[in-house]
Design a protein around this ligand. Structure first.
Ligand code: CP3
Length: 349
């Protein structure tokens, strides 16, 4: 069956159809804002072990589907499983987020090992296989990875919440060395995404959450080019699996990103005017986004109004409703329910 004849609204849109209302999923739809997630999480040891435990990962992936009936489900894992699989020390600390033993020189690169990546990540492929059996027949299944630049920021800085200063300095000071890191990540990420697609992921998303901190020249060499290579590798193995890119805060570079990477869709952060995106980006590129995640915290009429504007701006265009960035832990779950009703044109409670 081709995607066009699919009973899944999410896949129909990714094959170029415009649907009204649009299909909906939300970045970080599984997570701490849900009490049922916190309960499962409380019974697991480390966050990475949680990601590598198919029973737990399948359960928390399904939780937001049961509650809200999203049109797509995203595999529960994290972008930092790649450095972990390459042999870098990765930990998630309570209240602090990810902490890695930073890599800042050629000797650090020498210690990374591509050989064991897929074996290390085998439990995640098991989660994908089980999800493809267990999700509702009308729900799409998304696999994902971090893009090389964003993953490199964590690998080099050793933590999040930076502007990638050390990574940018390294890329300027020793471009050949930094290119080696990009090559390793392109290779590991391509293999990982192909394995997810073979295990049953129907769409793949590449998260480049730190794309917005780069100069235009580095955006080209560290965001666009590595993404283009991954898209090429994945398409060579799995030509029918659509790929969505998320070059967060890419601004005026987004059209070039879409044109040169070959992604099938682009996820837009909340700073992008959708009227501009609709007018500027090629028709064959599916748009996704871009409600400000703070509006899910605030709720009420401010949220309703922004939802209506998004729907108006994108009507008639293949579009997937999403946020501009992930759901935050303070989000009241009832605001997500209200947003779903508003988007689907159903009566609010
Ligand atoms: O529904 C889903 O989207 C769940 C799957 C998912 C997670 N992380 C689970 C997670 C996905 C798609 C991600 C992507 C991810 N991870 C990104 C790209 C998207 C973005 O938000 O920019 C990034 C940059 C990461 C790295 C990461 N993981 C950080 C910075 C943190 C700490 C911040 C935080 O929210 O705690 C994580 C931890 C993490 N990843 C959690 C979850 C549910 C929370 C950890 C916990 O439950 O203890």
């Amino acid at each position: 069956m081709t995607a066009k004849l699919s009973s899944k609204p999410f896949l129909r849109v990714l094959s170029g159809e415009a649907l009204d209302p649009p299909p909906i999923w939300m970045m970080r739809q599984a997570g701490r804002y849900l009490p049922e997630y916190r309960e499962v999480r409380a019974n697991t040891s480390s966050f990475l072990d949680f990601c590598y435990t198919p029973d737990a990962a399948v359960e928390v992936t399904l939780q937001p589907l049961r509650r809200y009936g999203f049109d797509a489900s995203i595999l529960f894992a994290d972008i930092l499983v790649i450095p972990d699989a390459l042999g870098q020390k990765v930990e998630f600390k309570e209240g602090e987020g990810p902490v890695l033993e930073p890599i800042r020189d050629a000797a650090g690169l020498d210690r990374l090992n591509l050989d064991g990546v897929l074996d290390h990540l085998a439990p995640i492929m098991e989660t994908v296989r089980r999800l493809s059996q267990e999700i509702p027949a009308t729900t799409g299944l998304i696999g994902f990875a971090g893009s090389p630049w964003t993953v490199a920021v964590y690998m080099v800085e050793g933590r999040g919440r930076t502007d990638g200063e050390r990574a940018r300095d390294w890329a300027y000071r020793a471009p050949d060395e930094f290119a080696r890191l990009m090559d390793i990540l392109v290779d590991a990420t391509s293999r990982y995404l192909i394995a997810q697609a073979k295990a049953g992921a129907e769409v793949l998303q590449l998260f480049d959450s730190w794309a917005g901190v780069l100069s235009a020249a580095h955006f080209r060499s560290l965001v666009i080019e590595p993404t283009r290579r991954i898209v090429e590798n994945v398409k060579a193995a799995m030509p029918d699996t659509p790929i969505i890119g998320f070059p967060r805060q890419g601004g005026v570079m987004i059209p070039e990103y879409v044109e040169k990477t070959g992604v099938d869709g682009v996820s837009l952060d909340h700073s992008v005017p959708l009227e501009w995106a609709v007018a500027t980006l090629p028709k064959k590129c599916v748009l996704q986004g871009n409600l400000d995640n703070r509006l899910l915290v605030v709720g009420g009429e401010a949220m309703d109004h922004a939802i209506d504007q998004i729907l108006t701006a994108t009507r008639g265009r293949p579009f997937v409703f999403n946020l501009g960035h992930g759901i935050v832990p303070q989000t009241p779950p009832e605001n997500v329910a209200r947003a779903m009703k508003r988007i689907r044109g159903e009566q609010a409670d």
